[in-house]
Design a protein around this ligand. Sequence first.
Ligand code: NAP
Ligand code: COA
Length: 267
Amino acid sequence: MDIYKEDACRGKVVFVAGGSSGINLGIAQRFAGLGATIGLISRKQDRVSAAVASIKEAGGQAMGIAADVRSYDAVEAAIRQVRDAYGEIDVIISGAAGNFLAPVVGMSANAFKTVIDIDLLGSFNVLRASYAHIRKPGACVISITAGQAIRPTMFQAHAGAAKAGINNLTQTLAMEWGPAGVRVNAIAPGPISDTEGMARLAPTAEATKALKSKIALRDYGTKRDIADLAVFLSSDNAKYITGAIIDCDGGSVIGDASADALTIPAR
Ligand code: NAP
Ligand code: COA
């Protein structure tokens, strides 16, 4: 089956946490373009409304609710509202996150806690609250993690610890929910162009150039790269994949590829 053909996702309900911008909005827009119905949340009503409008303007169907993933009750109410409006949820995308560059001694306990609360506790809240409202069997849950989870990165202690927790939560839930026919996976994007994340982590042209020089494929990825992987993971073509943390990162996480090995004469 062509999983990217027009209408391939018609009839599916997709809930996106942190769906008002960036990679997560790109995922929501891609699913909507393939016919899925979208429910999305983030903290700020104006951003939620703009995201929903962008989907509707492109011919899609969507609703949005302002909710902070740090509040279990707010998340639960939002997921329930989407289920009541559209029916059982087929795909959960858990991607809300906050990040900034700071050394450990440059962040307060509250700064560390803030990122843990948004990324890790927020993921728990989204996944835990979703269970009652997802299709069983058949649902697909995808968390958005990051390479910092397995490759410790300076100035990223908070985000790395949070994403490592998300990886563990993903694989634990894959075991707990597998018998109910629910698949639980995570996508680890590498640096993705035109995102808030990269604006914060590589804010200058120099930093961008230096980072690209270390990536095996020598470039940033696109939101579409991540969205297409999410569509694949939610499809029947991926029906035997669960508990997987899938890198989509041009080879970023495997190591520093800046040395030019191809200039070394072959022996
Ligand atoms: P982004 O545009 O800032 O996306 C973050 C989203 O989360 C926004 O919609 C934001 O909207 C929402 N959000 C933040 N705090 C929230 C909270 N407490 N409750 C509910 N929603 C909240 O950033 P992005 O760069 O596209 O990142 C998206 C995801 O990809 C994140 O999980 C990030 O860790 C991951 N990632 C990104 C990259 C990259 O290259 N950009 C690389 C690896 C992983 P509001 O402000 O309205 O709440
Ligand atoms: N360096 C060190 N500490 C920082 C910081 C930085 N660059 N930015 C924020 N903090 C600290 C604050 O000082 C505060 O700690 P304090 O109370 O001890 O002073 C703590 O973090 C919480 O900040 P606050 O602004 O109150 O949190 P918030 O909940 O309003 O916002 C953030 C959360 C900080 C993560 C904010 O950057 C955000 O909303 N991010 C969402 C978008 C994003 O990060 N996208 C990229 C995703 S990869």
